[in-house]
Design a protein around this ligand. Structure first.
Ligand code: UDP
Ligand code: MG
Length: 325
């Protein structure tokens, strides 16, 4: 009896990637052609592109039967686009890859080999990050160090979303439906059997990065506030320490006034203390606000994303096979 081949979905979130689609599919096909024992699905999530990405996908899908796509109703960001992808995966495993070929598809066979050995999450760790400034490298490095310290969940430094996930990881991630997502934290949170692969991150083949510092800053705040409540704890500790110190200072002033009488000077020290405490209070309020805003957004219980169109010849084939028994 002929064994049914395992199906592997390659998930590609794409936002304004018209320039890279052709080289991407070319590279993916030349890699997957060398893996005849598997079936492949290229699942694109068009994240509200304003260029010709969708039109190109439609044309390409007519030529390449592996291509499926989910078209989101607007730009939701890569994190949400990945969830939309997870919800439409037909494969036994998924490989998440960036559209811009910064993640070399040539690593795919190796990932699959480890998956067959029983690993559930084979993630690619960057040895080098070509085309990135020292500041981006340094800031991302220190960020992960802090995140790991305060969240007590191991983080994967220098790791992106480029990885192979077994079906059970996908099922786990699909259950995590928060709208302000930090998927990198989720990969760690779900656990399972992990394996690290090293690779050299390349430069984009074309187009420009969709990330800028404000966007990265937002992602960083989301990463912190969705993985841990440590900032709330830190602000309570800070508040307690300052209260104790000011109580001691108050006693000191009280006794000094009793012993030496009142004194007029002290305006500068008064001012600095007031301003300093005011600043601390505002920061603490801001931290509480961050969490409150998260609670507010999640309690609205809106769908995380909306779909305009889903096209998948593979899903169709699968449901036909089920119907025919
Ligand atoms: N992306 C997306 N939605 C967005 C921004 C980016 O789906 O709002 C996709 C993008 O098309 C690419 C991947 O996420 O496939 C990584 O984006 P980019 O290369 O801009 O990020 P960088 O590599 O600079 O971190
Ligand atoms: Mg990129």
């Amino acid at each position: 009896m002929k064994q049914i081949k395992k199906l592997i979905t390659i998930l590609i979130p794409a936002y304004n990637e018209e320039e890279v689609l052709n080289p991407l599919i070319h590279r993916l096909k030349s890699v997957t052609a060398k893996l005849p024992n598997y079936q492949f699905e290229f699942l694109f999530v068009n994240d509200g592109s304003s260029d010709n990405t969708l039109a190109m996908l439609k044309t390409l899908a007519k030529v390449h039967s592996e291509i499926s796509y989910v078209n989101l109703s607007r730009n939701f960001g890569k994190e949400v686009a990945m969830l939309a992808g997870f919800d439409h995966i037909n494969g036994d495993a998924v490989i998440i890859i960036d559209a811009d070929l910064q993640d070399p598809p040539e690593l795919i066979p190796k990932m699959i080999r480890y998956w067959e050995k029983g690993y559930d999450d084979v993630f690619a760790k960057r040895k080098t990050r070509a085309g990135e400034t020292w500041f981006k490298k340094w800031s991302s490095n220190s960020y992960y160090k802090i995140l790991e310290k305060v969240s007590h969940i191991p983080t994967q430094n220098n790791t992106g979303d480029f990885r192979l996930l077994d079906r059970k990881c996908i099922e786990a991630l699909r259950q995590m439906r928060e709208s302000q997502r930090y998927t990198k934290g989720m990969f760690n949170w779900i656990g399972f059997n992990k394996k690290e692969l090293l690779f050299d991150r390349e430069q984009r083949v074309a187009g420009t990065t969709k990330w800028n510092y404000p966007k990265l800053f937002n992602l960083a705040i989301d990463g912190l506030t969705s993985s841990t409540v440590a900032p709330l704890r830190i602000s309570s500790i800070f508040g307690t320490v300052i209260s104790i110190l000011s109580l001691l200072f108050m006693l000191f002033i009280f006794i000094r006034t009793l012993v030496f009488g009142g004194s007029v000077p002290g305006y500068p020290s008064l001012m600095t203390v007031i301003l300093f405490l005011g600043g601390i209070q505002l920061i603490s309020l801001g931290i509480i606000g961050e969490y409150l805003g998260k609670v507010f957004n999640e309690t609205k219980n809106r769908p995380v994303y909306l779909i305009d169109e889903y096209y998948s010849p593979i899903a169709l084939r699968k449901s036909e096979m089920r119907r025919d028994g």
